[in-house]
Design a protein around this ligand. Structure first.
Ligand SMILES: NC(=O)c1ccc[n+]([C@@H]2O[C@H](COP(=O)([O-])OP(=O)(O)OC[C@H]3O[C@@H](n4cnc5c(N)ncnc54)[C@H](O)[C@@H]3O)[C@@H](O)[C@H]2O)c1
Length: 403
């Protein structure tokens, strides 16, 4: 394979937000086609990018010889099937999150990648944000010591995405398909992805057990009443009784670490893009709680104070940015301004570059099918745990012992 890779975007809404990154990496990737079942979305692409072919049927993309790879940005319950079909048609796959919605889909995806040998990457852009990459750099160099505990949360009021203009539910609002609202942790990868990388999950540790508790559903019917009227059926609390506002998941790793995740896409509050923490036996990290606050770290021996015997002062948090001169991730140091300009906290920019370079054989996929299956499996595993009153459920080893 030689550059540029010829890419088709499938699902033109979210797919459109990769435009800035595509322009930055024009020498590596060329957008040759888009595919969307919605005519209006196709028309918009045709007027904005007249040179790019627009297709309504996914099968036509799979038969198209001018397409080397697909970027799947369709509703999440379609990702695994579309990825497997693309791999079987000889196309490399970059898949939006989550990669798969059931354990069977996770295993089928692993098998398709192993059988075809093609490049598969999950586009978990939160792994590439400035803070998450800097903490990874610090963790990889042992600054936190032996890590014991990590947390991540995706807390984002997404109730504005529940309804079409005519008041019918979008895929995000449908209890049957909308895994995002069901009684589970339906969107775990933004929180788990960075944390798993800091802890070396699927490298020298692995997830072994998980349990989830969910809250009652309290916030969606009020939103529906404000949008559609008090008498609308969606305004009744029981319309949302299959949903949860907030899911809390605990995961144990083979090395004895514990990961805590929260997913909440309904509770009314300001959006905070990142919400993470990391604890080791030599330091700790706390992400900012809101815009305008600095992320904080305390590193034994470097930061002020200590709890060790003989210390004259207690530990004091420091701004993470005090460490930027030394520990900024080299990629952010080099291209951070461009990444930020491409949107989504810079993540889409690095995702696209890494996928292209993996397809070109410059390095393995950095978020490969094993990471994609492991991180995404928390969705079906959390549903199973909730259905069994929070029981601990084993996490499959998608690498089958090959660590
Ligand atoms: N990583 C991130 O930061 C991030 C941000 C937003 C969305 N997402 C993910 O991107 C995906 C899409 O989200 P969205 O907000 O754009 O959803 P959306 O519903 O707004 O858009 C989905 C698009 O896919 C099209 N589509 C549906 N079925 C199709 C099919 N079979 N073939 C081709 N096109 C089809 C729809 O017409 C629509 O234009 C989701 O999986 C979501 O989780 C990720």
């Amino acid at each position: 394979m030689t550059a540029p890779i010829r890419l088709a975007i499938v699902g033109g809404h979210r797919g459109g937000s990769f435009n800035a990154a595509l322009q930055a990496f024009g020498d590596l990737i060329e957008l040759t086609a888009v595919c969307d079942t919605d005519e209006g979305v196709r028309e918009r692409w045709k007027s904005e990018r007249p040179g790019v072919a627009a297709y309504a049927r996914y099968e036509d993309i799979l038969n198209e010889s001018s397409v080397d790879a697909v970027l799947l940005a369709t509703p999440m319950m379609l990702h695994a099937r579309q990825a497997i079909d693309a791999l079987n048609a000889g196309k490399h796959v970059l898949s939006e999150v989550i990669a798969a919605a059931s354990l069977d889909e996770c295993w089928d995806l692993v098998e398709a990648v192993e059988t075809t040998g093609l490049t598969y990457m999950m586009a978990e852009n939160y792994c590439y944000r400035r803070v998450t990459m800097m903490i990874r750099n610090m963790a990889d160099h042992g600054l936190f010591g032996e890590t014991t505990f990590a947390e991540g949360a995706y807390i984002h009021d997404c109730r504005h995405l529940l309804f079409h203009e005519d008041g019918s539910r979008t895929w995000r609002g449908q209890a049957a398909e909308g895994i995002q609202i069901s009684r589970s942790n339906g969107y775990p990868t933004h929180s788990l992805g960075p944390v798993a990388q800091w802890l070396g999950v699927n490298r020298d540790d692995r997830l072994i057990r998980t349990s989830t508790y969910v809250t009652q559903s309290a916030s969606r019917h009020g939103y529906a009443a404000a949008l559609l009227g008090d008498d609308h059926p969606e305004a009744l609390p029981h319309a949302w009784e299959d949903a949860t506002d907030s899911a809390s998941t605990l995961i144990e790793t083979e090395k004895g670490r514990v990961i805590s995740l929260r997913k909440d896409s309904a509770s009314p509050r300001p959006h905070n893009m990142v919400h993470y923490g990391l604890q080791g036996n030599a330091g700790a990290f706390l992400s900012a709680r809101h815009d305008g606050e600095d992320p904080l770290v305390w590193i034994e021996g470097t930061s002020p104070g200590s709890n060790l015997p003989g210390s004259k002062s207690h530990p004091e948090w420091q701004s993470l940015w005090d460490f930027a001169d030394e520990w900024e991730h080299p990629r952010w140091r080099e291209r951070g301004n461009e990444a930020n300009a491409a949107g989504h906290g810079g993540g889409d920019f690095f995702v696209l570059e890494d996928f292209a370079r993996a397809v070109l054989g410059e390095h393995p996929s950095p978020i490969d099918v094993y990471d994609a299956a492991t991180w995404s499996s928390i969705t079906p595993l959390s549903a199973e745990s909730v259905a069994n009153n929070g029981a601990a459920i084993d996490v499959p080893d998608f690498r089958r012992g090959r660590h």
